[in-house]
Design a protein around this ligand. Sequence first.
Ligand SMILES: O=C(O)C(=O)C[C@@H](O)[C@H](O)CO
Ligand SMILES: [Mg+2]
Length: 382
Amino acid sequence: MKITKLSTYRLPPRWMFLKVETDEGITGWGEPVIEGRAKTVEAAVHELADYMIGQDPSRINDLWQKLYRAGFYRGGPILMSAIAGIDQALWDIKGKVLGVPVYELLGGLVRERIKAYSWVGGDRPADVIAGMEKLMAIGFDTFKLNGCEEMGLIDQAKKIDKAVKTVAEIREHFGAEVEFGLDFHGRVAAPMARILIKELEPYRPLFIEEPVLAEQAEYYPRLAAMTHIPIAAGERMFSRFDFKRVLADGGLSILQPDLSHAGGITECFKIAAMAEAYDVGLAPHCPLGPIALASCLHLDFVSHNAVFQEQSMGIHYNQGAELLDYIKNKQDFSMEDGYFYPPSKPGLGVEVDEELVKERSRHVEDWRNPVWRHPDGAIAEW
Ligand SMILES: O=C(O)C(=O)C[C@@H](O)[C@H](O)CO
Ligand SMILES: [Mg+2]
């Protein structure tokens, strides 16, 4: 079998699908994208296609190493997202050729289901109680919300109070009936992170995510030393080499590699095993589409240390399309009592509605995240 063509489709809300075709009619789908830089990743995919055309798709490891190492420069969000989507499509092809779900190729199930969590509250946490109640009605009891809005390097007590008030209301309303992660989203710098974490402790968040930016990862062990709340990060780390440093330095209790940013299934399978050696949980980051989510689920079902799975149903970023809009087998992503169950179809188990993908990709807005500024006009982390 030989790879014959790579086609990319940028799609609302802010996703990109990749179709890899072969000379035997079997195709694989991937989801390479960096949110807000879809065109850049698209260019990277088509540059890397030069290494792919005419190659045997079954040699995933060799192709991965070639894509990663052959161009001299490596790593980072763009190249690793391009590799991620290609890798997902290669696993999809392999599973379809052999007639088994990808998790069977990775050693089979370690669990029967995986806990899902859902976003509430949007960019500026609001209406979180109503959002949680709505999702609890369909079985969710685990959520994530932004921990705060813009936060200056040194900021006012009232900004802290506003963040704490939102969380206090959740506990006041639901008691211990819900679990929630607080995503600081990289908006907070170390000085304020210390204060905010301390003031949030009494409300027992399930984890605190990106308490500081990934480029400030040296603070993770220092923050972990001052709190018992598990610290999570990983969506802005892109390879084993990024993750080995934070694992060796300690501080993270949960790794959140993104299967569409960190080199795909091949790379994240290794990252998951590295985390397990440190007793660190795996909770793949996934605010994206169905192919990314399916890739996460296959990893969750073979990783002993997988703890819960993010998914984008109803997420505030999904303007213009929803998680399952582009796939035919929506029932295969059924959620029961807040859990996902193993995909059953060969490959990634995603049946892409190709006609709809082609139609929707003809007129696609180029999504950008908002640019925030502090009251003094300085750029704020979004
Ligand atoms: O889902 C998360 O944890 C996020 O922090 C969302 C963020 O990654 C946006 O997708 C960036 O555009
Ligand atoms: Mg996040």
